[in-house]
Design a protein around this ligand. Structure first.
Ligand SMILES: Cc1cc2nc3c(=O)[nH]c(=O)nc-3n(C[C@H](O)[C@H](O)[C@H](O)COP(=O)(O)OP(=O)(O)OC[C@H]3O[C@@H](n4cnc5c(N)ncnc54)[C@H](O)[C@@H]3O)c2cc1C
Length: 512
């Protein structure tokens, strides 16, 4: 908190330079107005608070201040004040958007609106399979609440672990496990506050759907979301297969497309290259993977059903699809339990008490490696200075096209001394190529190398029409998408956010 009376008399609240970034100023009247709404303790402007809020897995701007409203009404009032004074605001929920910008704003002349205190589960309809959550509700909290209510609904989960926001993950088009692949597709209704403080509700009804307008940085702050959840499957099976030759990859992708278009039931398939699997599983960067996982690519299929006979049918179709490409095959049955794989099984020595094993890869280059978990603490890649950046294009489910793009990605990364860590999340028509750049932020020069590498990935892939599906803060999406729809979205953003409080559209021509 700042309380510099001299500055207040001069009409601005100075915010000290931190982490080598220039100081920025906020009009004192704005800070005072926010303090009247939220109370002193929930308007953070002190350098140490800003520095904590600005922790990230790569060099990122510090916020000018952090506002922590307690409910939707306070959120509306904060936005109204920002709107009146033309102050730019960036909403985050839990601020754990690791590898995409964590809780940081896109630039330093921006105040972060942190909604973690809005953490109520507002609705739960067991019969319809619906829950309504506020932004601060985490995956862990939702799972616990459903468990306490003996719910038969499957709690969603992602590799980022239990401490991240369900609502924010869905807004960012995050990727879940098992039946939850595209989290955004589970959104049914959003409660939105516009920058001028007015409210609207998207959701089922006649006419064009509006939910999509508010994904990935739309012109509104989402204060609640209704999501539909899958029933908990009675039986699940995890299948891991080794692909012994990289040249087989196009065939595997095409086989997965045929399988997923015709699959008789629940199945999700991903492919991991050797480096990505090692980043997830190995105690030290240079150790070898266990032999059954040590192929250029490893496939992982998650199967679920309510009836063991149905599961066997699905399994047979998976076997038929991939057996021609696999030289090693492992299955693991889990009966009457939650499907929560995501990464092929933990190797010997893995830290089994780890609350977020999916985060291991962020620690790939840290002393201690991916399996190291700080004693008595949860993983936190920001705090632990893990370097992480993602480049996640969406590609058509074509083996040839995927192969061509992957070769380019691998070349760009290896030329810049970065290890290409690739995970392909396959769908019936599209796949997401989750490219991870991992490094140790304490290694001199490594930040700059990683940023340059990602910039080059974005630039060179854009030339062949391939763009990130999920942006990193400050990304310049250039000419991604169709010119007509870009124009319309800009017009809609200008109408809903005329003062650019949320700067709803990504910058073009000035990217990270
Ligand atoms: C090793 C590793 C593994 C990961 N695995 C996965 C994975 O399997 N799947 C996956 O999806 N991600 C994964 N992540 C990425 C990321 O950590 C998660 O997606 C996480 O859920 C996002 O953080 P958050 O929920 O705290 O979102 P926040 O940081 O709170 O929000 C993210 C962004 O969403 C927007 N936003 C948030 N709240 C609002 C709101 N209320 N109104 C309007 N806009 C809002 C803002 O643009 C904000 O910057 C992984 C990261 C790492 C490092």
């Amino acid at each position: 908190m700042t309380g510099n009376p001299d500055a207040a008399r001069q009409g601005t609240t100075p915010v000290d330079a931190s982490a080598g970034q220039p100081a920025t100023e906020l009009p004192s009247a704005v800070v005072a107005a926010w303090r009247r709404v939220l109370g002193e303790a929930h308007v953070l402007t002190a350098p140490e608070d800003r520095a904590t809020a600005g922790q990230c897995t790569f060099p990122a701007p510090l916020p000018q201040a952090v506002l922590c409203p307690a409910d939707a009404g306070q959120t509306r009032d904060c936005l109204r004040i920002a709107h009146r004074h033309g102050v730019r605001v960036h909403p985050v929920s839990t601020g754990r958007n690791w590898g995409y910008g964590s809780g940081c704003p896109p630039d330093e002349r921006t105040v972060v609106l942190r909604l973690a205190r809005l953490d109520r589960i507002l609705g739960h309809d067991e019969q319809l399979g619906l829950v309504t959550v506020e932004p601060g509700v985490t995956f862990g909290q939702l799972a616990e609440a459903l468990g306490q209510r003996s719910s038969q609904l499957l709690p969603p989960s992602t590799g980022a672990g239990p401490s991240t926001s369900v609502l924010a993950n869905a807004l960012q088009r995050g990727l879940g496990r098992g039946p939850y692949q595209d989290m955004a597709s589970h959104l049914r209704r959003l409660e939105v506050v516009r920058p001028d403080g007015s409210r609207l509700s998207t959701g089922p009804g006649p006419g064009p759907g509006l939910t999509g307008l508010f994904l990935q940085g739309g012109p509104g702050v989402v204060v609640a979301a209704e999501l539909w959840l899958h029933p908990r499957p009675r039986v699940t099976r995890s299948v891991v297969f080794r692909v012994p030759d990289g040249r087989l990859l196009p065939g595997v992708v095409d086989a997965a497309r045929r399988l997923l278009q015709r699959a008789p039931g629940g199945v999700a398939v991903s492919l991991w290259n050797r480096a990505r699997l090692a980043a997830q599983l190995l105690p030290a960067p240079r150790s070898r993977l266990p032999e059954h996982l040590d192929g250029p690519w490893t496939g992982h299929a998650e199967l679920w059903a309510d009836d063991p006979r149905m599961l066997d049918l699905i399994y047979e179709s998976v076997l038929r699809a991939f057996a021609p490409y696999a030289d090693h095959w492992d299955t693991d049955d889990v009966t009457g339990s939650v499907a929560a794989p995501g990464a092929p099984g933990l190797p010997e020595g893995a830290a089994r008490h780890d609350g977020a094993p999916g985060l291991a890869s962020a620690y790939r280059h840290k002393p201690g490696g991916p399996l190291y978990v700080p004693a008595g603490r949860e993983r936190d890649p920001d705090r632990d200075r893990c370097g992480v950046l993602w480049f996640t294009p969406q590609l058509p489910m074509s083996g040839a096209r995927t192969d061509a793009v992957l070769r380019l990605v691998e070349r760009i990364m290896t030329d810049r001394g970065m290890e290409p860590c690739l995970a392909l999340r396959l769908g019936a028509r599209d796949l997401r190529c989750v490219t991870g750049l991992f490094w140790d932020r304490d290694e001199p020069g490594a930040d700059a190398r990683a940023l340059e590498c990602r910039r080059e990935l974005v630039r060179r892939c854009a030339r062949i029409g391939v763009h990130p599906h999920r942006p990193v803060i400050g990304d310049d999406l250039g000419d991604a998408g169709n010119a007509g729809s870009r124009l319309l979205l800009d017009q809609v953003a200008s109408a809903l956010d005329p003062r650019g409080v949320l700067r709803a559209r990504p910058r073009r021509g000035a990217g990270r």
